[in-house]
Design a protein around this ligand. Structure first.
Ligand SMILES: [Zn+2]
Length: 475
């Protein structure tokens, strides 16, 4: 069989791997959006396919988890003629549906804006649609109609000679490592696709499974392959300390850019615990993202898949996320009105990397305010506003306006959903260096991949590959 790396190669986003069995059965593992991909409007219109392979020839899609950099291009597959199923866990299907419809709505907004605008812009948008770079609601409907859900730990036959098993990966509700087993020429070969690897004791999410079968080939994510998480405090203590300093000791305002799915729920749940168990002063909290609101409902619905602490908390308090002074914001008008709220408050809004979304507006409105603190709680891709703030830039351009950064910028990594270097090492060490034929490092920046590769070699693992985009391996 042949494995081709079509994304998240020497970068973090755009996960997509094509596994072609000897009998030509083709399996696509994840189909994520490359977040750094800019559309080049200057290029002439072409009918070039969106994918570097024939979408209609793929037989099956396996999805590790809902995050858009793993699921975001699935509707494009259907647009380009794919007719098969997408296998994932039920919680992943629920969350992916929210994310993809949200993305389609954003696309529709762009199209509408362009239609009402100058002819030049309309042409650009036509070009995008012709090239197939944008998908709309119909494509998402086609995709979601073909999602088939599997439980964790069930070995499921996907072809005469191939099986899959989903194993809990922590990281996000429903997230899985995927084990693919293939029998060819009388030999059974196995591959583990790590997806994103979570961390222990994360708010709400179960711990990554400690039981990973020994496989022949391992694809391991390396988002934090180069470093250890620094925070040793609990999430409650870390958040309490910052809120005390930024909203209670001074009449300030705390803005937390956060992904709508996963990160926002972890923050709201932690605030709920702080307020209800520790008697913390209930500062006003705005959760400004309709997608986050919808996701909290999915979390609430999938209680059984959350960790024990969360289930116990639910039992005692009847809700994971609703607490005094929490306000979910739906309309754009209400979002803008937050600027007029004069009391200290916490604003949690997307996108997490500050690359679009309502949080951009909040940052623009407060970046000159010395009483404002922007708290970065997750990974930001190079070039995003989150990344610029993280790297201490003193001025920022937001929607073509240049702003001086007078607000305080802080970061904590206790809410990062990814395991750090030690967690990743533990994950690989579940494998036997003797059985393992190759380790492929994916989903990380090149520097952290190289650091992690050295570490693995010191631990006795050989044949570690850092694939390039489009690189093929015969397994
Ligand atoms: Zn993820």
């Amino acid at each position: 069989m042949k494995l081709t790396f079509w994304g998240a190669t020497r970068q973090v986003t755009g996960s997509m791997y094509l596994l072609e069995l000897d009998d030509e059965f083709k399996i696509l593992i994840d189909c994520g959006r490359n977040m750094g991909r800019e559309v080049d409007y200057t290029q002439p219109v072409t009918n070039k396919a969106f994918f570097p392979f024939e979408a209609s020839q793929v037989n099956l899609v396996l999805l590790t988890h809902a995050h858009i950099d793993h699921s975001g291009n699935i509707p494009m597959l259907y647009r380009e003629g794919y007719e098969g199923q997408v296998l994932c866990t039920s919680a992943t299907a629920d969350l992916t549906s929210l994310l993809l419809y949200d993305a389609a709505n954003l696309n529709l907004k762009k199209v509408k804006q362009a239609e009402g605008d100058s002819n030049k812009k309309k042409k650009k948008m036509d070009r995008l649609l012709i090239k197939g770079d944008l998908y709309l609601q119909k494509d998402v409907e086609d995709a979601m109609a073909n999602f088939v859900t599997l439980q964790f730990h069930r070995r499921f036959r996907i072809a005469d000679n191939a099986w899959v098993t989903f194993i809990p990966a922590g990281h996000l509700l429903g997230a899985a490592h995927i084990i693919v087993e293939v029998q060819e020429n009388g030999v059974m070969k196995s591959i583990c696709f790590s997806g994103d690897i979570g961390r222990k004791d994360y708010p709400l999410h179960i711990d990554p499974s400690s039981e990973i079968p020994e496989v022949d080939y391992l694809l391991c994510e390396t988002t934090y392959g180069g470093r250890l998480h620094e925070d040793k405090k609990t999430p409650e203590d870390a958040l309490a300390e910052i809120i005390q300093r930024t909203c209670i000791d001074i009449p300030g305002r705390l803005i937390i850019p956060a992904f709508s799915i996963g990160r926002t729920q972890a923050l709201l749940y932690t605030l709920n615990r702080l307020y209800s168990e520790k008697g913390f002063k209930p500062i006003k909290v705005f959760s400004d993202s309709p997608l986050a609101y919808a996701s909290t409902k999915v979390y609430q619905k999938n209680l059984k898949q959350l960790n024990k602490e969360a289930r116990d908390f639910q039992e005692e308090n009847d809700s994971l996320f609703d607490f005094e002074n929490l306000q979910y914001i739906q309309s754009e008008k209400s979002s803008k009105a937050i600027s007029n709220y004069a009391e200290p408050c916490i604003i949690i809004s997307a996108s997490g990397m500050i690359s679009g979304g309502r949080v951009e507006q909040h940052i623009a409105a407060n970046i000159n305010n010395v009483y404002c603190t922007i708290l970065l709680v997750g990974y930001s891709s190079e070039g995003t506003l989150g990344w610029r703030l993280m790297n201490g830039q003193k001025s920022l351009k937001i929607k073509d306006v240049e702003y001086q950064v007078l607000a305080n910028v802080e970061k904590i990594d206790i809410f990062s959903g990814h395991g750090d270097q030690a967690d990743l090492l533990n994950f690989v060490k579940k494998q036997s260096p003797k059985k393992l034929k190759k380790v492929f490092l994916i989903h990380g920046e090149e520097e952290s991949m190289n650091t992690f590769k050295d570490l693995l070699e010191n631990e006795g693992f050989a044949n570690i590959e850092i694939p390039e985009m489009g690189q093929e391996y015969i397994l």
